[in-house]
Design a protein around this ligand. Structure first.
Ligand SMILES: *Cc1c(COP(=O)(O)O)cnc(C)c1O
Length: 230
């Protein structure tokens, strides 16, 4: 009889975690200062369970509807799961999102922030919020424009009393991500924010160099996703 639970081996997860620890060290950052958000979008229980059994607890999803199909049950079994919404959130899904997620990384407009503030107050849920920044100013991409970030944060704080923990970005896929990571880091610093969610499978080590506290890694852990999703 023992209270120590045997963790199951998960090679891809192990590889990503050791690359994160190496990158922390290389950047002169404290060990464990970067948290891995395992992005499980498009995957269901049979793929997610092995990561849970290996001890992974922070997961990221980009769709509220899909998350409702899998996470309530998984969260019943693993009460300490920390579930992050990393995709766009429509105001009419705010109730569901606040009920299910522990962190929402995609706050990007005042109307959404208002709806979140109301729902958080109504339910008393303790949810962390990150503001998504469209660092590449891509018309098709969600996020606050860099020039509007300071005033947006100010407004959220003074008008809504909402506490924002940090910033998130998804750099343009065709560009060197480093300048985008540097820009996000600067914006967080000058606004006194601690959390930086940046870096995916292809560039999380670079993001750690620029101060990421959350890296969002999907395919390097779970494998390639079916084509239509991205
Ligand atoms: C899908 C997704 C990821 C993970 O992408 P990978 O390249 O599979 O690591 C990270 N962040 C966001 C916002 C995503 O939608």
């Amino acid at each position: 009889m023992t209270s120590i639970q045997e963790l199951h081996h998960h090679q891809a997860l192990d590889d990503v975690l050791s690359k994160i620890r190496d990158a922390e060290q290389k950047a002169g950052r404290e060990k464990g200062s970067v948290d891995l958000v395992a992005v499980s979008k498009t995957f269901f229980g049979e793929h997610i369970h092995p990561a849970l059994l290996a001890g992974q607890r922070i997961f990221g999803e980009n769709r509220v509807q899909e998350s409702l199909q899998k996470w309530p049950e998984l969260k019943n079994t693993y009460a300490d799961v920390d579930l992050h919404l990393i995709g766009p959130l429509q105001s009419n899904k705010v109730k569901d999102a606040v009920g299910l997620f522990d962190c929402i990384q995609s706050v990007d407009r005042l109307k959404l922030a208002r709806a979140l503030a109301n729902e958080i107050q109504r339910t008393g849920r303790n949810i962390r919020l990150l503001v998504q920044v469209n660092t590449g100013e891509e018309p098709q991409k969600a996020g606050v424009l860099p020039e509007d970030v300071d005033s947006f944060l100010q407004q959220i704080k003074s008008e809504l009393g909402l506490n924002i923990s940090g910033l998130m970005c998804i750099p343009p896929s065709t560009e060197n991500p480093a300048p985008h990571f540097a820009l996000l880091s600067d914006m967080a610093k000058r606004n006194g924010l601690d959390q930086l969610s940046m870096g995916m499978s292809a560039d999380f080590e670079t993001a750690i160099e620029f101060g990421a506290t959350y890296v969002r890694v999907g395919s390097a852990i779970f494998g390639a996703r079916p084509k239509p999703q991205s």
